[in-house]
Design a protein. Structure first.
Length: 453
């Protein structure tokens, strides 16, 4: 049966390395593996595997910047916010979108250091054209040694009923993105890893394009160099809001690993979400020693085989499996890997409109190197909860936030109902707005709870 998948993947022109990787995962699925990591297999990580950012930040050799390449995962369309194009094209600070801020940060580092830091985007087929068309406005970026973009691979969907290939008249529906764990196969099969090493780049800093807190810090590469660390994952301390995200753990041998909620057996969900037991979650900011990655691939016949995630879906009324992997799961592939506990300043993703409002507001500002930072004196962003009926997508957000209220003094913002904002609105303390009918607020200071009829 697997020959049907191989034939389809070859017809799509997919690499031999990717086909062998899929076959490995498919055979595991056929043997009954569902990618589960049970509580009896893991424990919380030992503290000596975890490093504090405050203990390593500071001065680092300036020439380390010449050894760093930056890869941004840019495959998402932002459909959860009503977008049909690359989410990274969404304006997030003034008239600048994610691509502007990411690119200007790298160009500023190049200008300040004199080193040719490489910036690459891993796009999906859905985001490739729009991203490259937009980045043409930065001719200096387009002249770099390595390609600005490479495209994520795809896996065939699998019918749950008989584990045969899923068929559809819409050819695109036959395939699924294989998760960002595909990064390693994509850069290896595409020759990018080889070129990076040949050009003298030692470390890759990988992060999500929608996380503007993920700025380059050579102090992290310096720590890896001094302590011979092959792989480093930036983690944050979990709160109740993070309890469903992938958490850091270790196996019985003491090797660090990442467990996603889709890999957790149902009977272990309570422990998965116990933030006192599993204290750290993966930010998807990863630092990779490229030579260590190359050696791992050489010793594993060119394959980066990661813990499998079997994602059940329904497409056109047919139940299917999607085989996926998470790139952070590679932490279990490198002996001596470490986790680095960072502040929320390095983790500012925009997944929902709540996050977008925080970035839009005066809570955040850009420094001269186009790093987004919390305004001085603000320890953390307030809890923001917007009524999804009125703020659930970008069109609704633009309609109701003609001006963005000041949130620098805000501890909590909850909005229920149809509330629009005009000029000169300040939210202070814990603000809870309830509106039975549409209302527009202008020129006022809001504190506490307000009800609008």
């Amino acid at each position: 049966m697997i020959s049907q998948f191989v034939k389809a993947m070859k017809a799509e022109g997919l690499s031999e390395m990717l086909i062998r990787t899929f076959c490995h995962y498919y055979e595991a699925l056929a043997a009954g593996a569902m990618g589960q990591i049970g509580e009896d297999e893991i424990t919380p990580p030992d503290e000596d595997s975890v490093v504090r950012y405050d203990d390593i930040r500071g001065e680092a050799p300036a020439n380390l910047l010449k050894n760093i390449a930056v890869i941004k995962l840019n495959g998402g369309l932002g459909t959860s916010m009503g977008l049909s194009r690359a989410k990274s094209l969404l304006p997030v600070k003034g008239n600048m979108n994610f691509l502007d801020i990411i690119t200007r940060h790298i160009l500023a580092l190049r200008s300040g250091s004199g080193y040719d830091i490489q910036l690459m985007f891993m796009n999906s087929f859905a985001t490739q054209a729009d991203t490259m068309a937009y980045l043409n406005k930065y001719p200096d970026l387009m002249k770099q040694k390595l390609p600005v973009s490479f495209v994520q691979n795809k896996f065939p969907r699998i019918r749950q009923e008989d584990l045969k290939p899923f068929d559809s008249s819409d050819k695109d529906k036959r395939w699924n993105p294989p998760g960002h764990g595909d990064l390693y196969t994509a850069i290896s099969a595409g020759g990018i890893l080889e070129k990076l090493i040949a050009e003298g780049y030692r470390y890759a800093f990988v992060s999500n394009a929608d996380n503007l807190g993920a700025a380059v810090d050579p102090a992290i590469a310096s720590y890896m160099e001094k302590h011979d660390v092959p792989f480093l994952m930036e983690v944050c301390e979990r709160t109740e809001m993070d309890k469903k995200g992938g958490h850091l753990a270790q196996d019985k041998s003491g090797q660090l690993l990442l467990r996603e909620i889709a890999q957790c057996p149902s009977q272990d969900i309570d422990k998965f979400q116990d933030i006192g037991r599993y204290k750290y979650f993966n930010t998807n900011n990863l630092w990779i020693d490229l030579k260590a990655l190359d050696w791992h691939l050489i010793t594993n016949e060119g394959l980066m085989l990661l813990p499998l995630i079997v994602n059940p879906k329904e497409v056109d009324g047919v139940k299917v499996f999607q085989l996926e992997t998470a790139m952070g799961a590679a932490i279990s592939s490198f002996k001596g890997a470490r986790a680095l506990v960072v502040s929320r300043e390095r983790f500012a993703p925009v997944k929902k409109t709540n996050d977008l409002l925080a970035i839009w507001s005066d809570l955040y500002e850009l420094n001269e190197q186009y790093q987004i930072q919390l305004k001085r004196g603000i320890p953390k962003i307030p809890y923001i909860e917007l009524d999804q009926a009125y703020y659930g997508d970008i069109e609704k957000m633009h309609k109701r936030f003609q001006e963005v209220p000041s949130l620098v003094g805000c501890k909590e913002l909850i909005i229920e109902g149809d509330v629009s904002f005009g000029a000169d609105v300040i939210c202070d303390g814990r603000v809870h707005l309830k509106a039975k009918n549409p209302v527009k607020i202008i020129n006022c200071l809001i504190t506490g709870e307000m009800h609008y009829e």
